[in-house]
Write a new protein. Sequence first.
Length: 132
Amino acid sequence: MSNREQRYEDGMKVLAAVDGEGGQRVVENLADVSPELGHQVVAWAFGDMYSRAELPPRDRQLVTLGMLTALGGCEIELDVHINAALNVGLTPVEISEALLHSAVYCGMPRAVNATLVAKKVFGERGLLPVAS
């Protein structure tokens, strides 16, 4: 097996553990337009970066949620990563608090948009209402 194939295989294991079906759908949606981008998402982002031991998965997801909120316009990715945050042990209250905190640094509109994505995900997973 080549290094490229091994990185992809390793990345798929991490992707499945963190993002589950949501991450797999992203890769599948890229297959007919940019399979190389799908490969890099798996091999680089998950095989190389997410698999690093220096930060636990829950901390990586908190960082990711903050970054996606700050960028704005990342609702599709926020949906995947809010699900991932729940998958790696963050609670709806912790996620909501992180998004609330992001308002200080990212602005109210981006924090509201991200929180509405979280509301959608929480609703789909039967986690509403969120008490804090």
